[in-house]
Ligand binder design. Structure first.
Ligand SMILES: Nc1ncnc2c1ncn2[C@@H]1O[C@H](COP(=O)(O)OP(=O)(O)O)[C@@H](O)[C@H]1O
Ligand SMILES: [Mg+2]
Length: 226
């Protein structure tokens, strides 16, 4: 079942907050009800962006400096938006994305200490009008998230971002909450310390209210072009 216009929902928060787990649970429940659903992730999500993902997460771009790294993230996001997300929304698909523009605001803008005007410009160019209809922010103390992420990755070494200090992770948690506070129409915060099934029910409820808003004006504009 395709909607007349797709819906774009992003999953944001720190490492180990349960973004990927909940995105897939929501996708399963929507598909079981007959909806057309696409799950995707950042950095990556398109052929071009997945190639850049490896460079970013391995830390190979670190030596270019944080500004150039932010430009690479934006380039990956642009490819993902134009090749995957916008076309899917135009077909009426529900697009669920694991991390999107808020992760750039937080990781490059807040904890990367980049100038807000620079981060905003990159966001505007990369997103090009494709703003999430709903953003679910998974809120969790950094210690809990890092412990979960470590257990998950027991066999792998931590990536470029997982290696950073606890203090940095707490700063990101606050930054995600600030985004939610500044944009209450788009964002919903869930307590990610709860059991997965309790969180999943909250996430389904958030999706339900978005689906029932169907006839109201939309913030996202899948028709926008540069
Ligand atoms: N609500 C939860 N309570 C306890 N453990 C969880 C919960 N949600 C996810 N996990 C576990 O924590 C780890 C990280 O979850 P994941 O969904 O990969 O987080 P993220 O994508 O936000 O990094 C996984 O091993 C997952 O099974
Ligand atoms: Mg994940």
């Amino acid at each position: 079942m395709a909607l007349t216009k797709g819906l774009f929902v992003t999953f944001e928060g720190g490492e180990g907050a349960g973004k990927s787990t909940q995105m897939h649970l929501l996708a399963d429940s929507l598909r079981a009800r007959g909806y057309d659903v696409l799950t995707t992730r950042e950095p990556g999500g398109s052929v071009g962006a997945e190639a850049v993902r490896h460079v970013l997460l391995s830390g190979a771009a670190e030596s270019f400096g944080i500004r150039m790294e932010a430009i690479l993230f934006a380039a990956a996001r642009s490819d993902h938006v134009e090749e995957v997300i916008r076309p899917a929304l135009q077909k009426g698909t529900i697009v669920l994305c694991d991390r999107f523009m808020d992760s750039a605001r937080v990781y490059q803008g807040i904890t990367g200490n980049l100038e807000p005007a620079f981060v905003e410009t990159l966001e505007r160019v990369a997103v090009n009008g494709v703003i999430p209809d709903r953003t679910i922010i998974f809120d969790l103390p950094a210690t809990v998230g890092l412990e979960r992420a470590r257990r998950r990755a027991a066999s792998n070494s931590p990536d470029r971002f997982e290696k950073e200090q606890l203090e940095t992770h707490e700063k990101r948690r606050e930054a995600f909450l600030d985004i939610a506070e500044a944009d209450p129409r788009r964002c919903r915060v869930v307590d990610a310390a709860q059991p997965p099934d309790v969180i999943a029910a909250e996430v389904r409820e958030i999706m339900e209210s978005l689906l029932s808003e169907g006839d109201e004006p939309r913030s996202s504009n899948a028709e926008a072009a540069s």
